[in-house]
Design a protein. Structure first.
Lengths: 315, 311, 588
């Protein structure tokens, strides 16, 4: 188990390293250089050269790469060529908003999906199961930004229950914080819940076909009890893996939701940086997102053997 | 041997009373279930045909030109002249929806094409190496690279591309395509490993078939089903990604009509004209639903045989 | 007569949405403590009958009729899940076929046994751990103390099946249903398991409904036998009645084709078609002396036995009197534990000092249980794998040092028939293409290819219409014929058969074995026949190698080994192999 965890940690570090090279290469070696991009096409060569000198862009790429990575390891993501501002504080502030949003959404979607998926599997042949399956199929097809727009139309513009946009930090007022969070979280969670419901349903269906469920029933458990006692833990293994992947998608999907609800999350910062052609900021934010995705994968990989003794023993 | 109820109702089974046959027909293939699964394929095909039809017709005929502005008929609701209404410039929404279908399909076709043509061979090659004791590390490296690529979801990669190049349909579809490669590689690899591990490949090797011949004769036909299913799922994802990108203004640029941008532009009129969001939203959902259902239907058509092979 | 323990009346099962029933008017009784065997091949409905009694029938099946169980008033088919659940394990228990998947992989063995005690609450909670240990001791689990804390994947198939038996009998039910409990186990393990089931069932004084396809197995365990065929009961009787005087045509056929020691006038096994000439298990000398050793000696000497064909070939082989066709000298094969990013594993020695030779025209049986290294050996012989050390010569090709060109020549000369008739044929290829594949690899012209494929299909008794069909349209036996056709289409000298009949029903098995015998004679093949089933090998082969844990335990002429096994393991293997004669001797 320990060697397995160490192995995974090394893999994680390697992946992160390669990802950083890829991101850096994309940002610095592809057409045009950062200074030119930042100043716009009609900047004079002198101005470009001056900016390059100011930020050390005239140094060789390898040196700049190590400079960048070294900075990040020390918690410094550099300075924007466009605004001249430090990037690190921006990232720290915005990542918190996104984290709250995404974690709330995944928790909500699991709370919705696990019971719904289980019911859908148990009622595979009756109208409840069929309805849940059909609804989840439709739910998957609705992009989260469309869900957001529909929710805003109904619950904000028509019913006036929730504000249609904005952010309030918990310290400024917890009620306001929650109230503003409801619609974004729900619009993220609904679609995720639909996807997860389908996975839970098929995992539960698979498990119910397993011989050990039949054994459990032969022991004197009813079908439903057999599923709860023996089935759900087994069904959890594939669902954990999928939930991990979904969480990663959610993180990126939040970009659009933050735009719609004008939340100061990392997605909003990313879109702003792209629009301003602020490559240093883009580079930093992308690395943070990739880091988070890799951390999620790492957690999933370590979680699965905790549940499954077969993998634990092999490891 | 365990009995399978469905076996005996199958007319072919009059002769096939053997153990292997009985095992091969799992309860999952009861007639009732396959009927319902076909339904999902039929509905999926209908939706996909509708979208493709809209796109094709738009080349010959649309009610108006996409850029045709009618200042008098701004923000109209549905009418005979404008079945889906008009936008803030008085442009016909139906026309825009039809043109939007083009971009949606274009992005889907190019992205899925890239992913399929690159990802599938990568997966097959990785699996071929994985079966050689000396090539196992090549497989490991390929699959690790794949995992790293997985850390860049389609939308993120597209945003990076938009930042590095300029925002547009081209970078968007390439980015979405690259992001979809790992999916194809994984499916192709696991399918190939399964086929290579099968007894019929052992039989083929024992009768002197070369690896290249085995790949073409046995591997490709047997993983084709899975790859097609993956393609239809990837198509749905690329529709979503394109819409999302255009919604952010990082995908298809004005004045080319796209569903994502229509949605984004509708945002300022949500309180007064929600139907502006309704139409593009509905078509995005229809397209995604169509491709997902098609994929589900295909999976259920291909899977029983995969099941049988394992049996 | 006391009240019946189990009464099934007119049980008819129909899949929902289908018109035809899969089980027709099945009626049977079990008296308290009685042991009944339910015999049938796949598709006969024997498992469905058992599942109806347990209330475990899949939902898509609709059952009609009446099922009564002592201790419950009313029809079990109409009882709700809760009632049924309270009866299961309390009154009726079940052991299933597949031990590998029947236990929850995430739960410790002890907890899984404790659970069944807790559900029915017959003993106080505080005593449960002690009782769990006792139950594990009862099923002879080695080291029951630590076994409690093991997970299922850490146990062998036989051990898991013991756990299943412990669970099934934990609450001392009145009826135990065993559904092919030993089919997935090795022969020697099977013998122990059968004895254990018999012993434990008497210990708790339960009735037994034993479901199997294997007549020889049932004879040793049961008093009475019910024979099922295509969803109907065709015959019922005591073991002796059924074995010596079968009334129904099918029972006779099944009996005839199960008996690997009896052959018809041509030295072939009996099949359903030729069963009329079958006179019952040969117990002439051993009928009144139920001493297994005695009967075996008789078989070996039996002039009407299955050794006629073998003798012919034996002469043919000695007539040639040349260098052996296949020579294997001191072969070892070690699989290295690998590790790059992945996990490190210790090395596995699959073969260790293997030495034998095969003369042209000889029929060599390679016998061993799972993990004995049979498959690895085949892989090396066919050039799919190379030995770690040692020499292998097939014809004039040195396999361990062969160039890829001579390996190709080797493979043309040595063809394999695989075990699983489903997995060994590409589901997406037509039969014509499957059989033609070795010819394509050998570069044979298209016209000749077609001619030879047609000729070969005829040789394996498949009609020409089969050519354009796909494998899933054939039964297991037919698929195995296709497999044989593919193997012989290049006219190899050597045919390797890797457990070719172990996945087939008994009645089909006899047909395929006869076909193999015919073809081996017609094409003058050298046969390497790998099997876990001594009976099959004894019928077919002139020479035998017995393998265990990657080593050859014993080798020699078939008669010698059967008559006088020198090694303890061989003796155990022979004793464990179920045989109709022994079974009848034991029960009579």
């Amino acid at each position: 188990m320990l060697t397995y965890a160490i192995n995974r940690a090394i893999q994680f570090a390697l992946s992160l390293l390669v990802a950083s090279v890829v991101v850096f290469a994309l940002m610095s070696l592809l057409p045009g250089n950062a200074a030119q991009v930042a100043l716009g096409t009609n900047a004079t060569p002198e101005a470009v050269a001056a900016l390059e000198a100011q930020y050390g862009l005239d140094r060789p790429p390898v040196i700049r790469y190590f400079d960048w990575v070294g900075g990040m390891l020390g918690g410094d993501f550099g300075t924007s060529y466009v605004t001249g501002a430090e990037i690190t504080p921006v990232i720290i502030d915005s990542v918190q908003v996104t984290a709250i949003l995404v974690i709330a959404a995944i928790v909500l979607s699991i709370l919705i999906a696990v019971p719904l998926g289980t019911f859908a599997a148990l009622g595979q042949r009756n109208w409840i199961g069929v309805t849940i399956s059909a609804a989840s199929q439709v739910g998957i097809a609705i992009p989260n930004f469309l869900a957001a727009i529909i929710l805003v139309i109904v619950f904000s513009l028509r019913l006036g229950w929730f504000p249609s946009q904005g952010w309030m930090a918990p310290v400024e007022g917890f009620g306001g914080f929650v109230l503003r969070l409801v619609l974004p979280v729900v619009s993220l969670a609904l679609v995720q819940a639909a996807i997860l419901t389908r996975y839970v349903r098929s995992a539960v269906l698979d498990v119910m076909r397993e011989d050990f469920i039949r054994t459990a029933r032969a022991k004197g458990l009813t079908k439903t009890r057999a599923l709860f006692v023996h089935g759900l833990r087994n069904a959890a293994i594939p669902v954990i893996t999928v939930a991990g992947v979904q969480l990663a998608t959610l993180l990126v999907g939040a970009v659009i939701i933050e735009q719609i609800f004008v939340l100061p999350g990392i997605g909003s910062e990313l879109v702003r940086a792209v629009a301003n052609r602020d490559l240093v900021a883009v580079q930093g934010i992308v690395m943070v997102l990739v880091l988070l995705v890799l951390i999620i994968n790492l957690i999933v990989d370590i979680l699965v053997p905790v549940v499954d003794p077969r993998i634990r023993n092999a490891a | 041997m365990s009995q399978t109820p469905t076996g005996a109702t199958d007319p072919r089974d009059d002769v096939a009373v053997d153990a292997a046959t009985a095992r091969a027909r799992g309860p999952a293939t009861s007639s009732r279930q396959s009927l319902r699964l076909n339904a999902s394929m039929i509905i999926g095909t209908c939706f996909v045909t509708l979208i493709v039809g809209l796109a094709l017709v738009s080349f010959i005929w649309t009610p108006y030109a996409p850029s045709e502005i009618d200042p008098v008929a701004r923000l109209q609701s549905a009418s005979l002249a404008h079945p889906f209404g008009t936008d803030k410039f008085g442009r016909d929404t139906l026309t825009w929806v039809m043109f939007g279908a083009r971009i949606t399909l274009l992005v889907g076709v190019v992205a899925v094409g890239i992913a399929l043509l690159i990802g599938t061979p990568i997966g097959i090659i990785a699996a071929l190496f994985a079966k050689q004791s000396w090539g196992i590390w090549i497989d490991a490296v390929i699959m690790r690279a794949n995992d790293i690529l997985l850390a860049f979801p389609a939308l993120l990669l597209a945003i990076i591309f938009a930042a590095v190049f300029s925002p547009g349909t081209g970078p968007a579809m390439i980015a979405v395509g690259i992001a979809a490669i790992p999916g194809f590689a994984r499916v192709a690899r696991s399918g190939t490993l399964q086929v290579l591990g099968s007894e019929y490949v052992r039989a083929a090797r024992a009768s002197n078939r070369r690896v290249s011949a085995i790949a073409v004769v046995h591997v490709l036909p047997n993983i084709a089903g899975m790859v097609i299913v993956q393609a239809s799922v990837a198509f749905a994802i690329s529709v979503l990604a394109e819409a999302g990108l255009s919604f952010l203004g990082l995908g298809t640029q004005a004045p080319v009509p796209s569903w994502g941008r229509m949605l984004q532009e509708s945002q300022q009129f949500l309180s007064t004209h929600p139907e502006l969001a309704l139409w593009p939203g509905m078509f995005i959902a229809l397209a995604v639903l169509g491709f997902n259902l098609l994929g589900d239907g295909l999976r259920d058509r291909f899977d029983p045989k995969m099941e049988a092979r394992r049996g | 007569m006391a009240e019946n323990l189990l009464e099934v009346r007119d049980l008819t099962i129909t899949p929902s949405g289908a018109d035809a029933a899969v089980l027709h008017d099945v009626s049977l009784n079990l008296e308290p403590g009685e042991r009944v065997g339910l015999i049938g091949e796949s598709g006969s409905g024997k498992s469905l009958t058992a599942q109806s009694v347990m209330g475990l029938l899949p939902e898509e099946l609709h059952a009609e009729g009446r099922v009564h169980l002592q201790g419950h008033h009313g029809n079990l088919l109409e009882a709700n899940e809760k009632t049924l659940a309270s009866l299961r394990s309390d009154i009726v228990s079940m052991v299933f076929q597949e031990p590998m998947s029947a236990l929850n992989p995430l739960m410790r063995i002890g907890d899984q046994i404790a659970e069944v005690l807790r559900i029915h609450g017959k003993i106080p909670r505080a005593q449960i751990p002690a009782r769990v240990k006792e139950l594990l001791e009862d099923v002879r689990m080695p080291d029951p103390d630590s076994a409690r804390f093991a997970y299922p994947h850490q146990m062998s198939g036989g051990q898991r099946q013991r756990v299943m038996l412990a669970i099934a009998l934990a609450n001392s039910p009145k009826l135990l249903i065993c559904d092919e409990p030993t089919t997935a186990l090795d022969v020697t393990v099977q013998r122990h398991m059968l004895d254990l089931i018999a012993e434990r069932v008497s210990a708790v004084e339960a009735g037994l409904l034993f479901i199997t396809h294997d007549l020889a197995v049932v004879a040793g365990v049961c008093d009475r036998v019910i024979v099922m065929y295509r969803g109907r009961i065709v015959e019922t009787g005591t073991v002796t009645e059924i074995f010596t005087d079968p009334q129904h045509e099918y029972t006779r056929g099944l009996l005839a084709s199960s008996d690997l020691e009896a052959t018809d006038g041509n030295g072939r096994l009996f099949t359903l078609k030729t069963a009329l000439a079958y006179t019952g298990p040969q117990t002439s000398a051993g009928e009144d002396t139920p001493d297994p050793v005695g009967t075996e000696t008789v078989e070996a000497d039996d002039p009407a036995g299955g050794n006629i064909a073998v003798d012919d070939v034996g002469e043919a082989a000695s007539a040639r009197d040349s260098a052996p066709l296949i020579e294997v000298a001191d072969v070892t094969r070690v699989f290295k534990g690998r590790g790059l990013f992945g996990r490190r594993r210790s090395d596995v020695t699959a073969l260790d000092g293997i030495d034998f030779s095969v003369a042209a025209g000889e029929r060599l049986g390679i016998v061993g249980e799972s993990g004995s290294g049979k498959s690895t050996l085949l892989g090396i012989l066919s050039g799919l794998d190379r030995p770690t050390t040692g020499h292998v010569r097939v014809g004039d090709i040195r396999v361990e040092a062969a160039s890829s060109r001579s390996l190709r020549a080797l493979r043309e000369n040595l063809q394999i028939v695989f075990q699983d008739p489903f997995a060994s044929l590409d589901p997406r290829m037509r039969v014509a293409d499957i059989v033609a594949e070795p010819l394509i690899a050998a570069g044979v012209e298209k016209d000749e290819r077609i001619a030879r494929v047609e000729e070969m299909l005829e040789a394996v008794d498949l009609d020409a219409r089969s050519l354009r069909r796909y494998p899933h349209q054939f039964s297991g036996g037919q698929r195995q014929r296709i497999s044989i056709a593919r193997a012989l289409v290049t006219r190899p000298q050597i045919l390797v058969a890797d457990e070719p009949v172990s996945a087939l029903d008994v009645s089909v098995r006899a047909q395929v074995l006869n076909l193999l015998t015919d073809l081996v004679e017609d094409y003058a093949l050298t046969l390497l026949f790998v099997s876990h089933d001594l009976g099959v090998v004894q019928h077919l082969c002139s020479q035998i190698i017995v393998m265990k844990d990657g080593r050859i335990v014993e080798s020699g002429a078939t008669e010698d080994i059967y008559a006088n096994p020198r090694q303890e393991y061989t003796r155990r293997l022979i004793a464990a192999t179920p045989s109709l004669t022994d079974a009848l001797g034991a029960s009579g």
